[in-house]
Design a protein around this ligand. Structure first.
Ligand code: MV4
Length: 451
């Protein structure tokens, strides 16, 4: 087992890793920017090293400074958390060169899954259902139009280097293919330095459902069930739950088998997620694979009882996963609300202010993963998530009630937050009945006067 892990991250996920390390008898090293000197990860880790100024490019993305911190503190592994360097193949390779274990898949795996068109072909070869479309990348707008004419509209053009919705265009008419091809190409070239596109049939009103996987280095890969992630705004998830109301025991089994088959095909190791789109006929299709621990891993932890972070660390330390993870059953229902320092009345504008005071909700089945405290100044440089409020209850109805109570008890004085938005969301009839898809928030009306 590792003796000391350096955490190349900040905020709640840095605390999550520190806590896992503590319970496993592993020493932790925090790295922090000048803007995070008074952050909790800096205080709670066994050691802390300053790696540069506030802006991420000079600190949490500064690979040289991070590797130097790992070397001077004698860390034997680096946990990247999510975001920042979590899916940087270059950083994973640099770690290897410095003889430090990267707690994530190796650089080749990150590249293989990061190229969406080739990841899709790999999954197809493993027997995972994929959305009908071009075989690999397109050579020209003409090729795209001929294929789309044959397939029927609407279609979607996607950047192979994409993700998070950038470099994507939905096309409804043959006449529009050339123009949208140019736009998607320009956008992905600028954003990713790679303008290759591929084409798919556009699935209207799908649900985003992802399967959590955990894999050891002995070829054991297990599904930890699905998460419903359709409540998103501009590709940012706001609320997630497990299980999904629309996933039957039979569908769960099929999605789990498909996800495991895909991961086995590439000899995946560690924690990973296979994202699927589920159409209105109940058919599911591979969308992307995430090669990191995700923000919303917590809801899967609640319904499976598995500490995914600890298992991830064990897998990368070369330990075997316990056999009982095969055919795990989901117990009860879990929901996560992301509490962000954003003003829902003003188009979710960031509100990185001073936290005058804070009160966390409590009681049975309530978990708050957060790095904030009264007197904390939110740095303006990073993402705006302040806390993950996670509930676990015996069924979905009780989970919603428990979440509503917890949201009302959750007091954050200072910044505007997404708490009142979540309350209105959970009071919505469609959310309560589970009748929503990835477009739900586009038409959901938030009423600021009810705050
Ligand atoms: C799609 C799609 C419909 N049909 N692909 C959005 C982000 C990127 N990961 C892929 N995305 C989509 N791909 C086909 N063939 C709809 C989306 C999509 C979406 C997916 C998941 C969650 C929210 C979304 C919001 C808009 C579009």
């Amino acid at each position: 087992m590792f003796k000391k892990i350096l955490i190349a991250n900040r905020g709640e996920i840095a605390l999550r890793v520190i806590r896992a390390c503590r319970e496993m008898g592993i020493k932790s090293v925090a790295v922090y920017s000048e803007a995070d000197e008074l952050s909790l990860h800096t205080k709670f880790a066994d050691e802390a090293v300053c790696i540069g100024p506030g802006p991420s490019a000079q600190s949490y993305l500064n690979t040289q400074a991070i590797l130097t911190a790992a070397e001077v503190t004698n860390a034997d592994a680096i946990h990247p958390g999510y975001g920042f360097l979590a899916e940087s193949a270059d950083f994973a390779n640099m770690c290897k060169k410095h003889n430090i274990d990267f707690i994530g898949p190796d650089g080749d795996m990150i590249n293989a899954m990061g190229d969406k068109a080739s990841a899709k072909e790999t999954m197809k070869a493993a027997g995972v259902p994929v959305i009908p479309g071009s075989k690999g990348i397109l050579n020209s707008a003409d090729e795209a139009r001929i294929m789309a004419d044959e397939m029927g509209y609407p279609v979607i053009l996607k950047a192979t280097a994409g993700g998070g919705g950038r470099g994507m265009r939905v096309v409804y008419r043959s006449e529009d293919v050339a123009m949208f091809y140019g736009m998607a190409q320009a956008e992905s070239g600028t954003a990713f330095g790679n303008d290759d596109l591929y084409l798919e049939k556009y699935i209207e009103n799908p649900r985003h459902i992802e399967v959590q996987l955990i894999a050891d280095s002995f070829g054991n890969i297990y599904s930890l069930g699905e998460r419903e992630c359709s409540i998103q705004r501009r590709h940012q998830k706001l609320m997630e739950e497990s299980p999904s109301v629309v996933v039957s025991e039979e569908l769960r089994h099929k999605m789990g088998e498909a996800a495991v088959a895909g991961a086995k095909r590439v000899n995946y190791v560690g924690a990973g997620t296979i994202e699927f789109l589920l159409d209105k006929h109940g058919k599911f299709y591979f969308m992307e694979m995430n090669t990191r621990i995700q923000v919303e891993h917590t809801v899967s932890e609640e319904v499976t009882g598995v500490d995914i972070l600890k298992e991830q660390i064990r897998c990368h330390a070369g330990e075997k996963l316990p056999d009982w993870l095969e055919n795990i059953r989901l117990r009860g229902h879990s929901i996560e609300c992301r509490i962000n320092a954003e003003d829902p009345a003003k188009n979710f504008r960031p509100s990185p202010l001073f936290i005058e005071s804070v009160h966390f909700p409590g009681g049975k089945g309530i978990r708050v993963d957060s790095h904030i405290y009264g007197g904390y100044q939110i740095p303006p440089h990073y993402d705006s998530m302040l806390a993950k409020l996670v509930v676990h209850a015996s069924d979905r109805k009780e989970a919603i009630q428990r979440m509503l109570g917890a949201l009302k008890e959750f007091i954050i004085e200072g910044p505007k937050t997404t708490i009142p938005f979540h309350i209105q969301l959970l009071e919505n009839e469609k959310v309560q009945s589970g009748n929503f898809d990835t477009h739900f928030l586009e038409s959901f009306k938030y009423d600021p006067s009810r705050e």
